[in-house]
Write a protein that binds this ligand. Structure first.
Ligand SMILES: [Zn+2]
Ligand SMILES: [Zn+2]
Ligand SMILES: [Zn+2]
Ligand SMILES: [Zn+2]
Length: 722
């Protein structure tokens, strides 16, 4: 990431620093210190580290994100040009930039809000336009043109169905016209418009009794669970003596597939810098008409409520300093966790933390974060925590609210507090390696694919209690910051509820999974897919040969079904490579109309299905190509039949509820619809089953509101199915 100035990035600083410190054996000394606080204190005492930190902090502060009234008014003028040319979207963007850099006081902010409300109104965004009018009025919109913006307010209210309120606004508009000192002619014309609107509104008021907009609240249920907050009451938290399991989540009652298991807001979370321009800094909603921070130009918010909440909880300490916080990556979330907890709380628990008796309690949310597992600490984390502790002292008023940040802290008691806070930052940093969750959003790309995009990083104390398994039982969805966890299969009482931390048995081979888990989480996985020797070979199935005796898969020269030995022949391997290579290289899949194309594919498919296991990925690929070739030639029933075979392989490989199966089912149902359109007589039962299955898969993976669910529901309604 570019920091916008010519400086070494923090990881580079860390690397050179660590090399230097190795010579005086400091990493080893720090490693031997037991407490996080002691480690940070030791690092902060070292003169080399102190100097590096001081230089880095001052480098990061060189780039300012100050408000600029001149720039704001220039951007507004540019916006006006676009607005005149009826480029509302273009005008909207420039007005937003003008709002972001307009100073808190002065006319630019109110004028920019006023102009953006006009652009929003023309885009049909009446609710957002109304919000901007309110902001313009709040920021002291010039009195002589206030009547204009009041007219717009009334128009917004009219479109939103708040007729009575609109009439009230128009009444105050009349006073505004008097105050505006307009020429008599202009005054008459404006009043004519106002009166016409009042008449229209009174007509509307007589017809309907105020149509209240329904404020759809978040429908996700809030769970009451005494052992695990924000989890379904059917779940319980258990502790085990075994070190590897620690605390884990089990079911106390049976759970159905798709059932909601957790509905949790994060304790703390941080938006990724690449999402700053498009998402609210505080709630991660997509921005329509962004609101600025009062002091700096970096974060953007969806509403004033988010501006205020963000400021109170953390931004007052981060304002203007986000460059430094971005540069330390996940460390930003560690410091944010301390900020949202608040100094008062941290001071209150200082003695019990030092006495090592600050214990997990469901009534104390911070204790639940504090007691999350943490992994082996690295020298780099300690130095980063030292940097952050110094940052909080010198650049914010978090630790010393009454001192100006530039005042030095030489006092012993002050140093003690700084090291204590630094120790907490270090603890969280070490916890995040294993406990941070990514908040994602589903985004549709231009070619219609849906992708999961990372928006933010967060800590969910309850959901973090789930242990890893390479065979997951759950799926994560997000509603803004709220994490919704659903079961992907039914569970019996006493079953453990597990989450896959990344290495999934259907996507990573056994050894690869073990290496990933050992590296990042420091444990060996013994889940059902890892403990069972046969299951460990799961991924090899898709490269296997076919057993000549029972059609099973031959792995390492032995059939996994009948145990008979089968020698691999190099001739076979060469032949398979030859067939597949030829098909791919000659680009045969892209030349419809070629006469012998289908024959050649059919021949390859026959040969490969003879020598390869039925779910071998090469075979699946050739089948997919052949199905497409059939479909190009209008041979829909042959294509559909082959797609069903591919569906079997995709289910085996990715699981019956996987998104891959959803897409394969879409392909299949499209082919069946093509058959129907051709006038072929078909029993629709299999089609209806497939459509319903696909709909349920997309709803489970992407949520009920995704476009695929809508599309499939529409197809089902064509067949008169609910
Ligand atoms: Zn927001
Ligand atoms: Zn700010
Ligand atoms: Zn495993
Ligand atoms: Zn066999």
């Amino acid at each position: 990431m570019s920091l916008g100035f010519d400086a070494e990035t923090w990881p580079v600083v860390l690397d050179t620093l660590t090399e230097k410190l190795k010579k005086i054996n400091l990493p080893h000394q720090i490693n031997n210190i037991k407490t996080f606080e002691g480690k940070v204190s030791k690092a902060r005492e070292n003169i080399t580290i102190r100097q590096k930190i001081a230089t880095y902090i001052s480098k990061c502060s060189e780039v300012h994100h100050f408000k600029n009234g001149t720039a704001a008014s220039r951007l507004r003028d540019q916006g006006n040009e676009k607005f005149k040319r009826k480029d509302n979207a273009g005008a909207l963007k420039l007005y937003t930039e003008s709002i972001i850099c307009a100073p808190e006081y002065g006319p630019e902010l109110s004028l920019a809000y006023g102009n953006r409300s006009a652009a929003l109104f023309h885009c049909g965004e009446y609710r957002a336009a109304l919000d901007d009018v309110q902001m313009a009025l709040k920021c002291k919109y010039p009195k002589n043109i206030e009547y204009k913006i009041l007219q717009r307010k009334a128009q917004c209210l009219l479109r939103l169905g708040s007729y009575a309120e609109a009439v009230e606004v128009l009444n105050s508009c009349q006073a505004g016209v008097d105050a505006a000192k307009l020429s008599d002619e202009k005054k008459i014309s404006v009043m004519k418009d106002v009166n016409a609107m009042v008449l229209e509104l009174e007509g509307l008021l007589n017809r309907t009794n105020s149509t209240e907009r329904d404020q759809t609240n978040d429908p996700s249920p809030l769970f009451v669970n005494s052992s695990l907050p924000n989890a379904s009451p059917k779940l319980a938290l258990k502790s085990s003596e075994e070190k590897i399991k620690g605390r884990f989540v089990i079911t106390s009652q049976s759970i159905e597939e798709g059932e909601l298991l957790f509905s949790e807001e994060p304790y703390s979370s941080v938006l990724l810098p690449e999402q700053y321009s498009t998402h609210c800094h505080h709630c991660y909603r997509k921005l329509e008409a962004p609101m600025p921070c009062k002091k700096c130009t970096q974060p953007r918010y969806c509403s004033n409520a988010c501006v205020e909440e963000g400021w109170q909880e953390y931004h007052q300490y981060e304002c203007g300093q986000l460059d430094l916080l971005h540069s330390i990556g996940i460390g930003h979330l560690a410091v944010r966790t301390v900020l949202v907890t608040g100094l008062e709380k941290l001071v209150n628990i200082k003695q019990s933390i030092k006495g090592e008796n600050f214990e997990y309690s469901n009534d104390d949310e911070y204790s639940r974060v504090f007691s999350l597992t943490h992994h082996v600490d690295k020298m780099q984390y300690t130095v980063t925590a030292a940097l952050l502790a110094t940052f909080l002292t010198k650049k914010s008023k978090f630790i010393f609210p009454t001192k100006s940040p530039s005042q030095q802290t030489e006092d012993d008691t002050d140093e003690d507090l700084v090291n204590y806070i630094g120790g907490l930052v270090l603890r969280h940093l070490c916890q995040l390696v294993g406990n941070a969750h990514a908040i994602t959003e589903l985004r549709e790309s231009e070619n219609g694919d849906v992708q999961q995009v990372r928006l933010a990083t967060a800590i969910y104390p309850s959901a973090s209690m789930m242990n890893h398994s390479c065979v997951t039982t759950i799926i994560n969805q997000f509603k803004g910051r709220r994490l919704l966890v659903r079961a992907t299969r039914s569970l019996q009482p006493g079953d453990q509820v597990t989450n896959c931390y990344g290495p999934h048995y259907r996507r990573h081979a056994y050894q690869e999974r073990q290496d990933m888990l050992l590296n990042q989480y420091k444990f060996r996985c013994m889940c059902e897919a890892c403990a069972d020797l046969k299951e460990r070979n799961f991924m090899k199935k898709f490269e296997a040969r076919r057993c000549n005796f029972c059609d099973g898969s031959v792995i390492d020269e032995t059939c996994t079904t009948c145990d008979k030995q089968m020698k691999t022949s190099e001739d076979y391997d060469a032949e398979i490579d030859g067939i597949v290579g030829e098909l791919l290289n000659c680009g045969i899949q892209d030349t419809p109309g070629e006469r012998n194309r289908i024959q050649r594919l059919e021949k390859s498919e026959r040969r490969l299905s003879n020598i390869l296991y039925k779910h071998n990925s090469h075979l699946a690929r050739v089948r997919d190509m052949l199905a497409r070739a059939y479909s190009d030639e209008g041979e829909y029933s042959l294509a559909a039949e082959l797609t069903r075979k591919c569906l079997g392989t995709v289910s085996e490989r990715y699981g019956t509820k996987s998104i891959e199966v959803g897409h394969e089912l879409l392909k299949y149902t499209d082919l069946v619809f093509a058959q129907l359109n051709n006038g072929e007589q078909l029993d629709p039962i299999l089609l209806i089953q497939s459509l319903t299955e696909a709909r349920d898969i997309f709803a489970l993976n992407y949520g009920e509101n995704c476009k695929f669910v809508a599309e499939l529901n529409q197809k089902l309604s064509l067949l008169n199915q609910p």
